[in-house]
Design a protein around this ligand. Structure first.
Ligand code: G3P
Length: 216
């Protein structure tokens, strides 16, 4: 499973890329809205300068023609741009048209395996089941990931499953166990997942013993 960062924050992206684990970035209107002083295009291009992998940029149109127009514009920003459209019939229609243009799409705001199936049939490059937002309403968000992986594998559908709306480190583990191709993770959760108190304690003990050895 590959790790993407779910952010438009350049500093967070730079740090996660430094770790050597980052394969891509997902953004959305809320995340881009947290940036300031830069155009949407500039935000995406700055990310592309740091990460050589898929970078999702989200459309805001509700109609197919608007999504396609935005998608064609976003795709011209950088070859690594993947165009995000919502899990709606208009979104799937936009996926079909953009694929004919050779433009990759990420179908977002996916909350059921049916929506995931339709996105794959339309030709989506990535599907983004939102795990955390389903958990937030007492549904089993990871089950949508498991069902989607099962359906795609049984029917030879090649759309990549990207577990999104990740709320905590166990979501990363569960997404990997569910067979997701990608998990897109907020930087705060990535930091939590990276840390373990026994690692810190073990480093301290090794260094203390090494200092004693050096002082012999
Ligand atoms: O960016 C897509 C998705 O990961 C957003 O998740 O629920 O934390 O806004 P959420």
């Amino acid at each position: 499973m590959r790790i993407f960062l779910d952010t438009a924050n350049i500093d967070e992206i730079r740090e996660a890329a430094r770790w050597g684990i980052l394969s891509g970035v997902t953004t959305n209107p809320t995340l881009v809205g947290k940036t300031s002083g830069k155009s949407h295009e500039r935000v995406i291009q700055e990310i592309a300068e740091i990460v050589d992998g898929p970078i999702s940029a989200e459309t805001v149109s509700l109609d197919t023609a608007g999504m396609v127009e935005e998608g064609r514009r976003f795709a011209a920003w950088h070859p690594n741009v993947v165009v995000k459209v919502p899990s709606t019939p208009n979104g799937w229609a936009a996926v079909k048209q953009l694929k004919q243009d050779g433009i990759r799409t990420n179908v977002t705001l996916c909350f059921s395996a049916n929506q995931a199936l339709f996105a794959a049939l339309a030709g989506a490059y990535i599907i983004s089941p939102f795990v955390g937002r389903l958990d937030d309403i007492s549904e089993d968000g990871m089950q949508v990931v498991r069902d989607t992986v099962e359906i795609y594998r049984k029917h030879g559908l090649t759309t990549l499953v990207l577990a999104a709306s990740i709320r905590h480190p166990l979501h990363i583990i569960d997404a990997a166990k569910a067979g997701a191709d990608i998990a897109t993770v907020p930087f705060k959760v990535l930091e939590q997942a990276a840390k373990h108190p026994l690692t810190d304690k073990g480093i301290e003990a090794f260094l203390a013993d090494w200092r004693k050895f050096q002082e012999q």
